[in-house]
Design a protein around this ligand. Sequence first.
Ligand SMILES: [Zn+2]
Ligand SMILES: [Zn+2]
Length: 172
Amino acid sequence: MNCYCCSGLLFSKCCQPLLEGVATADSCLQLMRSRYSAYCCKNIEYIFQTYHPGQREANSKDQIAEFANSVHFVGLTVSDWSQSLAALSGNSGSVSFVASYINNNKLETLSENSRFIFSGQWYYFDGEITASAALNIGRNDRCPCGSGKKFKQCSQHVISGALAAAEQQQRR
Ligand SMILES: [Zn+2]
Ligand SMILES: [Zn+2]
């Protein structure tokens, strides 16, 4: 299968070795892509462990899991990235990307300028996030995941929406 991160590469040649811990990212871009794939696979441990150690307290596994389990990522576009491992400019990198996901029958898009730090390996530090307005997905619209199916027939996505809606009802 093709990798979740939309690289066009096979999953086994792209993010899978990183998610399984048999390889480490050789660039901040690769780390960013693998974290996106981790959200797709609900690999909470990987997302947590690739936060910079100084940021883990503010990003608990529970918070990561709550977000990862309520959304379905359907697209990633990287617009810009750079990194520097020169001693003077400080082992850092940045990636700008746009990710879209289905959340409770809506299509949401977030643009993020994220920062990374290299300390033995690449870590995600933080990001400046701009979220765009959510778009309603009609039951008869094509599912934004690109499956070609109508949204109401794209089982995992409509189920996610239905479950999320049921949970919200329960909370009320
Ligand atoms: Zn990938
Ligand atoms: Zn779908």
